[in-house]
Ligand binder design. Structure first.
Ligand code: A2P
Length: 334
């Protein structure tokens, strides 16, 4: 008989939590019992799983008795507060926050990139930063074939990266702007409707944001390349839920556009969308609700005298592959 698992979702009412419920259902994960946990504000709310209404319970330190797998997406402070209770209850925590990602004893895993790292877990497995997941699903197959030396990224990140509140803020402000009403930014540092904000997470002393440094440090950890050269500029854009990224890559070996296409055509988690004659390229609306990362606009970097540089553009659903789907895929590996 196939084993079934008792699963808990902490942060079940959030944008990622809701998608985790749907992803467990869609992928037919062997769930024996599903516990939905959130703050006291949501107690009694009902969410549907496989046609059955499940009542949301308050997250407490006693929530994990009998639980095998606990998916966390309620922010880093909550993850830190409850990690010990999860592990002491004998459950495995799959944590979507940044709380434990750079901890040496915690594997940071993208199933298409470094599934073998999961074996080293001691009760906690970290789900990487959404922008980093989407980037490495596309970049890792090229790195394996041609050895990545340097990467420069500019991102176009959806408001869903800031949770359900971020998406609401875009919708509310867009209506206010169209109605010529005053706009008061609440969640983002500035107005996001009809604007861009080159500031995601706090600034570091070197002028980079924490989000930009997550892409650097998490990529080095998962690719097992501590010396890899990466620089990023992360930008919030008025998009609901898919992130896009412009990537410039330098490889150790010569590489052609045709080789890149051939590698990515067969890469797990990647859909090649690269037919400029037919105006076909990755766009966030097309990536929305897709499990795969869309890759296109593949070009030889004309700023170089050699054939070691490639530019490309990618889009991936931030809530799905950037968070909920990757977490459920980790649960499947367990
Ligand atoms: P709640 O809906 O009860 O506030 P998002 O990132 O989309 O805003 O979602 C955040 C998730 O984390 C929600 O499910 C939210 O529950 C949950 N959450 C936030 N604060 C707490 C808390 N103190 N205890 C438990 N869950 C929390």
């Amino acid at each position: 008989m196939n084993k079934e698992f008792n699963v808990a979702i902490a942060g079940a009412t959030g944008a990622v939590g809701i998608e985790m419920i749907q992803t467990l259902e869609r992928r037919n994960f062997p769930v024996k019992n599903l516990r939905l946990l959130a703050s006291a504000r949501s107690v009694g709310k009902k969410l549907s799983y496989k046609g059955v209404e499940i009542t949301v319970e308050e997250l407490t330190h006693d929530s994990f008795k009998g639980v095998d797998i606990a998916l966390f997406s309620a922010g880093g402070d909550i993850s830190k507060e409850y990690a010990k209770s999860v592990v002491d209850a004998g459950a495995v925590m799959i944590d979507n926050s940044s709380a434990f990602r750079m901890d040496d004893s915690v594997p940071l895993v993208i199933p298409e990139v470094n599934p073998e790292d999961i074996k080293l877990h001691q009760g906690i497995i970290a789900n990487p930063n959404c922008t980093t997941i989407i980037m490495l699903v596309a970049v890792n197959p090229l790195h394996k074939a041609k050895k990545l030396k340097r990467l420069v990224a500019a991102t176009y990140q959806a408001t869903s990266g800031a949770g359900a509140k971020g998406m609401d803020e875009l919708l509310v402000q867009t209506r206010q702007a169209l109605d010529e009403k005053p706009i008061e930014p609440k969640f983002f540092a500035h107005r996001i409707a009809f604007n861009l904000i080159p500031h995601i997470d706090a600034f570091n002393a070197n002028g980079y944001t924490k989000e930009e440094l997550k892409m650097v440090n998490e990529s080095r950890k998962m690719l097992h390349c501590p010396e890899l050269k990466i620089s990023c500029t992360c930008v919030r854009v008025p998009i609901l839920r898919a992130h896009s990224e412009a990537l410039n890559m330098e490889f150790a070996e010569d590489v052609s556009v045709e080789e890149v296409r051939a590698i990515l055509r067969n890469a797990p988690g990647v859909t090649l969308v690269d037919d400029i004659a037919n105006k076909s390229y990755p766009m966030p609306l097309d990536a929305t609700d897709q499990g795969n990362v869309l890759v296109g606009r593949i070009r030889q970097d004309i700023s170089r005298d050699d054939r070691k540089g490639i530019d490309m553009f990618i889009s991936g659903d931030q809530i799905l592959k950037g968070a909920a789907l990757n977490a459920v895929q980790i649960a499947e590996l367990i």
